[in-house]
Design a protein around this ligand. Structure first.
Ligand code: F6R
Length: 332
């Protein structure tokens, strides 16, 4: 798992040359809506066939999968096709069933992912979704050629920035040592960062067997706040892009939420943007992420959360690559 976490800068680069899975889709939803102006719905493949999805020839179904063989995802793809929807597979495995059955394929080219917990395939999926969104934005006249070029340039800067984030591995290990006995965690993120909170919690659950929940930051006041005290560490994604008014607004709200968590005596581990001083002063522990436009933030933010889950599992003496009760590709 550690090797694959560290392979991510390369995975992102390879993708740039060409193109997991629901959380990646949730991030992709923001990218597609922002860059291409296309409304997007994200669904669990396992739920898709039970909700009679209202799709047909005018909807494209993007099927995201590392293995390309997940049974629920395959069933969802077949149902979409039956309803007349064209499908695009985003697959890491070349020639996998889902890739073969799709009308079009974007390969993530992240390299073989062996560890059961998906890490580098996930960041690669988000990068592919970003590229696809920028391309669609351009062909649909939503983005000028110059704007699309600037976005791609930002994407090309990510491998170097991911290398910088990987330098936080020691800090993540230290946090894992500090929090190894905690029995529950709450991960929170707002807007495009919420799926990263979800995935950070998922990684911790699956490799460390620690209960963790991912929640939208703003929703905590609608229930989960009752749980938050000194026994429930909160992992908060509180990065921002100072040049983006919407991002600054969300950041101000995050600061207010962070003050509230501290009032309730929670231990807060925060992810903040490099150069930010406010989050560092309020949170108990802060990992800094290089400055990046908000749409690309998730690709960097997941890395310290993967490392944290990895180190908690290692400290607990667990088989981090083969967590109990799980398989790499769920075929039933
Ligand atoms: C989590 C994880 C799983 C897979 C899911 C889909 O770390 O690996 O949640 O993402 O089973 O698998 P693929 O992407 O192969 O369809």
């Amino acid at each position: 798992m550690l090797r694959e976490i560290f392979e991510q800068p390369e995975a992102i680069e390879n993708i740039v040359a060409s193109g997991t899975s629901r959380h990646a889709g949730m991030v992709g939803q923001y990218m597609l809506q922002d860059l291409a102006g296309i409304p997007v719905e994200v669904d669990y493949a396992s739920e898709f066939e039970y909700r009679n999805p209202a799709i047909g020839t005018h909807e494209v179904t993007i099927v995201i999968t590392q293995s390309g063989e997940t049974a629920d995802t395959m069933a969802a793809q077949r149902l979409a096709r039956q309803k007349g929807s064209r499908t695009i597979a985003i697959s890491n495995v070349v020639g996998a069933t889902i890739a073969r059955e799709a009308d079009g394929v974007l390969y993530t080219n992240a390299g073989n992912e062996v560890s059961i917990a998906s890490t580098k395939a996930f960041t690669a999926q988000m990068a592919v979704l970003f590229l696809f969104s920028a391309y669609l934005g351009q062909v649909r006249g939503q983005l000028s050629q110059a704007a699309a070029k600037r976005w791609i340039e930002e994407l090309l800067l990510l491998p170097k920035k991911a290398e910088a984030v990987l330098q936080s591995a020691e800090a993540c290990k230290h946090l894992a040592e500090l929090f190894q006995s905690a029995e529950d965690f709450l991960f929170v993120g707002r807007a495009i960062h919420y799926p990263i909170a979800m995935d950070g919690a998922l990684k911790l659950k699956e490799v460390s067997y620690v209960h963790a929940e991912g929640y939208p930051t703003g929703e905590t006041k609608h229930g989960p706040n009752a749980l938050i005290d000194e026994n429930l560490p909160v992992v908060m994604i509180a990065t921002h892009d100072a040049g983006d008014a919407g991002s600054v607004l969300r950041y101000e709200k995050n600061l207010a939420a962070l003050r509230g968590f501290k009032k309730q005596r929670a231990q807060v581990i925060a992810l903040a943007s490099e150069g930010d001083q406010k989050v560092g002063e309020l949170a108990d522990h802060t990992i800094f992420i290089p400055q990046v436009p908000e749409l690309l933030g998730p690709i960097l933010e997941i890395i310290p959360l993967q490392l944290f889950a990895y180190y908690v599992a290692v400290i607990k003496g667990l088989d981090v690559d083969k967590p109990r009760n799980l398989v790499k590709s769920v075929q039933e």
